[in-house]
Structure formats: structure tokens, C-alpha cells
Design a protein around this ligand. Structure first.
Ligand SMILES: [Zn+2]
Length: 73
């Protein structure tokens, strides 16, 4: 389920919204639908276990000693 982050163009309110494809997102503060869609960290994390793994200590094997640690063993 995608969660998007929006910034309201009308009042500047920033918020996260769980959006269904058939739902028009609206600002919870002023009900405006003039929204700028932001990149959501939650959506990114939920969608990408590959992205999570790449951001881990070692991109390829998860070695705890850091990037490239496994390459020297
Ligand atoms: Zn607003």
C-alpha cells in the first residue's frame, strides 16, 4: 500500500497520505487538492527491500563491518 508525502500548495501543510488509486488526496488542514507530491521515505522503504539492502552495511552481502568489508576476506 503506497504512502505518499504531500505538500499543500494552498496552505503549505506537509503530510503523509495513504493513497488508493481511486482516491483524490486532499489536504487534511484546508481540504485543498492542489498538492505537490513528494518522495516518501516510507513508500521507498516499503517498496524496496532491494533498496534497503543496498543501503545496509554491505551492499552485496550485509557484512556488518561496512561497505566492501567482505571483498577483502
Ligand atoms: Zn492545505
Amino acid at each position: 500500500m503506497p504512502i505518499f508525502e504531500y505538500a499543500c500548495q494552498a496552505c503549505g501543510n506537509a503530510f503523509e497520505l495513504l493513497v488508493r488509486s481511486d482516491t483524490m488526496p486532499a489536504c487534511p488542514s484546508c481540504q485543498s487538492t492542489q498538492l505537490d507530491k513528494q518522495l516518501s521515505v516510507f513508500a521507498t522503504a516499503a517498496a524496496g527491500e532491494p533498496a534497503l539492502a543496498a543501503a545496509g552495511p554491505c551492499g552485496s552481502c550485509g557484512h556488518p563491518d561496512g561497505p566492501g568489508a567482505c571483498a577483502f576476506n
